[in-house]
Design a protein around this ligand. Structure first.
Ligand code: ITT
Length: 198
């Protein structure tokens, strides 16, 4: 099954390709499909924004389309940066700066109050406009210092208790096995397998 993945984020795309390897899904990037659109994320939930991105592209290319809207929720900060994760401190601010600022805002906060999660909503929009959305999460807590160079974004400050390290210290395979994105895409696979013609 061929689907467009409506994302401009190369790091996401790399993970999406790794996770869907061996699944009966051929992922076509917007770039490869010859489409580009920077959809305004005006929704108030991950699910709404994933739908906005997937439906905008599906309406233009008339092909089955997936999109991912994801982010980091830090409980102590009232679930910030949440749906604003890529826009936090400005879209062009480098992640080492964003991560250092979040660590600063949590200075002196004990481990039990540093709980956080990565959330990933994946939305599938059919050419007829109907849609399905799933959500995957990965629970953890905000580390006390930046560690690791794998992954992207907030991975270097996201401590995964079951692994005893940050998600930036995990191999891509280990991260994908437990990540919000891995979980959401495996749930979406179940839906896609039931699609007619697949
Ligand atoms: P598209 O909308 O084009 O897909 P984007 O980067 O703008 O790309 P989002 O609006 O969904 O995507 O923002 C997701 C942000 O959440 C991302 O830029 C990271 O800052 C953070 N994030 C999501 N998943 C992550 C992960 O697995 N590891 C680290 N940070 C992650």
């Amino acid at each position: 099954m061929k689907v467009i993945f409506a994302t401009g984020n190369e790091n996401k795309l790399r993970e999406i390709r790794q996770i869907t390897q061996g699944m009966d899904i051929e992922i076509i990037s917007m770039k490869d499909a010859g489409y580009y659109t920077d959809v305004e994320e005006t929704g108030s939930t991950f699910e709404e924004n994933a739908y906005l991105k997937a439906s905008a592209i599906a309406a233009r290319c008339h092909l089955p389309t997936l999109a991912d809207d994801s982010g980091l929720e830090i409980d102590y900060l009232g679930k910030e940066p949440g749906i604003y994760s890529s826009r936090y401190m400005g879209e062009d601010t480098p992640y080492p700066v964003k991560n250092a600022e979040l660590l600063r805002r949590l200075e002196g906060v004990p481990d039990e109050q540093r709980t956080a999660r990565f959330v990933c909503a994946v939305c599938y929009v059919r050419p007829d406009g109907s849609s399905e959305t799933v959500r995957g999460t990965m629970e953890g807590r905000i580390a006390h210092k930046i560690a690791g160079s794998n992954g992207f974004g907030y991975d270097p400050i996201f401590f995964v208790p079951e692994k005893g390290c940050t998600s930036a210290e995990l191999s891509p395979e280990d991260k994908n096995m437990i990540s919000h994105r891995g979980k959401a895409l495996r749930m979406m696979k179940e839906i896609l397998e039931k699609e007619p013609g697949v």
